[in-house]
Design a binder for this molecule. Structure first.
Ligand code: PHE
Length: 464
């Protein structure tokens, strides 16, 4: 097996397993990519930052910058057979290399705690649907009451995290892959049905137009910043994950083709989620600016109303929140797994110890996010709730930095030629010229924009 190589990071020789085949790789990455980012985060950002114009900016960025980064990270992972810290080390050991590797590796550790809080919200809704409380959930103030009550949020967050840690300790990753194979087609079917229903509500067409037709009046720099952060988040890029996936990838898997497949799939689900949620905002609350700005709570407020009005509220609610729970679980497992393997590889820790530390990080940071709407509501870093703060810190500050490090590593150290060679081992690489252009020119510009805008936002020069 060509992927069983001796690693030189640690004292001992270690062997890497690999994905079973071409489709195994795509499915594993898709399982990690499709999650709360597509279903919960994408619709609320699109609603908040201008609808069609947000979508347009998102699509352009995904096809250019996103494509470049997926190819780069995967190729570097496959070339070095290492996760991010080791991959950067393979090219040098000085401080900038340490920094580049670690900034990539730390991001998932900061995301998984607050990700698990939202996972907990999903579980709570699933539980209430199972108790046939469909109309209770559809009531106007239900969500606000729930998150400001505190204890309940913490309990469901802990349950979700326990499941994630259990999956990682028990090593039932195969089971998770199986879940995502069954879950994904079901999720698509259900999302199509709900989206059609949602779009056919009276008044919903205004929402479809708002979401699909770009209106340049709605453009602001925050549209670009939010779209770029969302692209990183949804495609699981700029956080070391794809290095790790690449390191498990066999040489014969076509990097270019699989990148396209992953992008199509991930974006398809996000579009469907947008079509479920945004038209419903218009149908049920007239698309007032206030409801469009609802933020992280949007899905939890809007969809229960849709399900309730379907007449089949309970069944639809159970199916939907079960599938979202599974999608969130597969993503959370891959985030946490990335943290655990960094501890194992870089600190030479046992798996049990690494899982314990990951668990502690989740409980600590996650609890602050979970309780930030209630008992800890005085904790307002940069004037945001802790959950928004962690989201902002990782997406708008750390990920652009991580992406920048990857670009520099390729352009200045590894050499674009080597990366291209790696891709060409198994791909025709038809977009080679574009790739070079994006990497050298577009990526630095995008990164500069997102960083500058985020800092301007923090300083209060622009509204975040
Ligand atoms: N891409 C996932 C989502 O959209 C989030 C995630 C990021 C999962 C990184 C794994 C790794 O929800």
């Amino acid at each position: 097996m060509n992927d069983k190589r001796v690693t030189n990071t640690q004292n001992q020789a270690a062997s890497r397993s690999s994905f079973s085949g071409k489709i195994g790789y795509v499915l594993a990455v898709a399982g990690s990519a499709v999650g709360l980012g597509n279903i919960w985060r994408f619709p609320y950002l699109a609603a908040k930052y201008g609808g069609g114009i947000f979508l347009l900016v998102y699509l352009i960025l995904m096809l250019t910058f996103g494509y470049t980064l997926i190819v780069s990270e995967t190729a570097l992972g496959r070339m070095t057979k290492k996760s991010p810290v080791g991959a950067f080390h393979a090219f040098g050991k000085s401080v900038p290399f340490q920094f580049g590797g670690w900034v990539n590796a730390v991001i998932p550790m900061l995301i998984v705690p607050y990700y698990s809080v939202i996972g907990g919200w999903v579980l709570k809704y699933l539980f209430e649907y199972l108790r046939e409380n469909a109309s209770l959930l559809a009531a106007d103030d239900y969500f606000t009451g729930f998150i400001s009550a505190g204890a309940d949020v913490e309990i469901w967050f802990l349950i979700f995290s326990a499941v994630v840690i259990f999956v990682i300790i028990a090593g039932v990753k195969r089971g998770v892959e199986l879940i995502s194979k069954v879950m994904m087609p079901l999720l698509v079917i259900l999302a199509v049905i709900v989206a059609i229903y949602s779009m056919s509500r009276p008044g919903a067409m205004a929402g479809v137009k708002y979401f699909l037709i770009p209106n340049f009046e709605n453009f602001s720099w925050m549209t670009v910043v939010a779209a770029m952060g969302q692209m990183f988040y949804s495609l699981s890029i700029a956080m070391g994950i794809l290095y790790t996936f690449g390191s498990y990838m066999k040489q014969e898997v076509d990097i270019e083709k699989s990148t396209v497949q992953i992008e199509v799939f991930d974006t398809g689900i996000a579009l469907l989620a947008g079509l479920m949620v945004i038209p419903a905002v218009f149908a049920f609350s007239g698309g007032e600016p206030e409801s469009l700005q609802a933020g992280p709570s949007l899905m939890f407020i809007t969809l229960p109303k849709v399900f309730d009005s379907m007449g089949l509220g309970t069944a639809a609610g159970i199916m939907f929140f079960l599938l979202v729970f599974l999608a969130a679980l597969t993503s959370a497992v891959s985030l946490a797994e990335s943290g655990v393997s960094t501890f194992e590889d870089q600190l030479g820790w046992s798996r049990a110890k690494a899982c314990a530390l990951m668990g502690a990080v989740i409980v600590l940071f996650g609890s602050v996010s979970a309780l930030g709407f209630s008992v800890l509501d005085f904790v307002q870093p940069l004037g945001m709730t802790p959950l928004d703060f962690f989201d902002f810190l990782t997406n708008s500050i750390m990920m652009p930095v991580a992406a920048f490090c990857t670009c520099i590593l390729i352009v200045r150290v590894a050499g674009i030629g080597r990366v291209i060679k790696e891709v060409e081992l198994s791909s025709e690489f038809r977009r080679k010229k574009l790739y070079c252009f994006f990497l050298k020119y577009l990526a630095p510009v995008c990164i500069a924009i997102i960083l500058a805008s985020s800092i301007a936002g923090v300083l209060g020069w622009i509204v975040l």
